[in-house]
Design a protein around this ligand. Structure first.
Ligand code: GDP
Length: 340
């Protein structure tokens, strides 16, 4: 006999409140239970130490279940069409039988709420599809913190069976480096017309790209062709990639859903080729080392600032540095002595 609605509601509410054990979270995630996955992600994002400790346990248990997905970074300036592109390409990808998770790194998404990406209703069709899982950027007070959380969320999603992960970022600053260091392939979206300076894109970001797609080719076909040509010439001047992969330039319309199939084929080609020649695995290992070092730095910094004697002395020394009474190096050494 089905449970009465009222009882069901109460059961769900109780389930929602109670923290499960790490094992319960992991077995829920492994079964692909989206509700449990979401709750585990909330723990990863939490600032409470109790939640963080539980999250760490869940992540380390999920690690062996993760790593099999294809991780794609997607970037471009606000308005280039990232969410439209991800919606269109995402639909194409799930139609091909994949399970897709879309994560975001938005360094402007802070603890108090505001963000560049967060306010719009984005990717409505994908959000409604159970083969896709969309999670907005975790909040954080530093890019490093936001990036680390996103990476951990990625591990949970992979353990839950998502075989394709898109990590989107706003192409306005340092966040590309973070996305680049956690994905297998990096796709840069550009607008028709205008060089990278005009589009506010740093050259370093263009150099990071494994493929470039000029979006909105439907609206400005001539300018889009011109941009494609200009970028194709520009990438020839860059030093060859460590992967040996030749960067190609594409035209597409995310809105009209044109040109996406070719781009997806290119990504898949990269995946199989780099797996064959060993670069895929090499890059993953290098990334693991990067995150190892990042985590040490972050944890050390956190422990340092939390240390009572350091926290006590820090404001006084900071004032003295500003007043020119002590050099920054001496002041730092003094604090380090207290810590060590
Ligand atoms: P985001 O800020 O990079 O996520 O950009 P959005 O996906 O929100 O798109 C910004 C605007 O560009 C929206 O009004 C979209 O409808 C529009 N747009 C996105 N892709 C295309 C495209 O391929 N062609 C045209 N004409 N408009 C597009």
């Amino acid at each position: 006999m089905p449970l009465p609605e009222e009882v069901k509601k109460r059961l769900i509410a109780a389930r929602r409140k109670r923290l499960l054990t790490a094992g319960e979270y992991v077995s829920g995630i492994e079964k692909g239970d989206r509700f449990i996955l979401s709750r585990a992600i909330t723990l990863v994002e939490s600032t409470k130490e109790e939640h963080r400790a539980l999250a760490r346990e869940i992540i380390s248990k999920c690690l062996s279940l993760s790593g099999n997905a294809f991780r794609v970074g997607i970037t471009g300036v606000p308005g280039v069409g990232k969410s439209t592109f991800i919606e269109s390409l995402g639909k194409h990808v799930i139609a091909g039988g994949s399970k897709l998770a879309v994560l975001t790194i938005d360094p402007t998404s802070n603890v108090t709420g505001g963000s560049i990406l967060g306010d719009k209703t984005r990717m409505e069709e994908l959000s409604a599809d159970e083969r896709a899982f969309i999670r907005p950027s975790p909040a954080g007070d530093s890019l490093g913190g936001v990036a680390r959380k996103t990476r951990e969320v990625m591990i949970l999603c992979e353990a839950a069976g998502f075989d394709t992960i898109f990590v989107e970022t706003v192409g306005v600053g340092q966040s590309e480096t973070a996305v680049h260091s956690m994905t297998d392939f990096f796709l840069l979206l550009l607008l028709p017309g205008g060089g990278d300076e005009l589009q506010g894109i740093k050259r370093g970001i263009v150099e990071m790209a494994d493929a470039i797609a000029v979006n909105k080719a439907d609206a400005q076909p001539a300018a889009a062709k011109e941009a494609k040509r200009a970028y194709r010439n520009a990438v020839h001047l860059f030093p060859a990639k460590e992967s040996g992969w030749p960067v190609r330039t594409f035209l597409c319309s995310a809105l009209q859903r044109e040109g996406l199939d070719k781009i997806w084929q290119e990504l898949r080609r990269y995946r199989s080729q780099s797996k064959e020649n060993g670069y895929f695995e090499l890059k993953r290992r290098t990334q693991a080392l990067y995150w190892f070092e990042e985590t040490i730095q972050e944890r050390l910094g956190h422990a340092f600032r939390k240390h009572p004697a350091v926290a006590n002395k820090m404001p006084e020394l900071a004032d003295a540095v500003v007043a020119g009474q002590i050099t920054p190096f001496e002041a730092a050494d003094d604090l380090l002595k207290l810590f060590l």
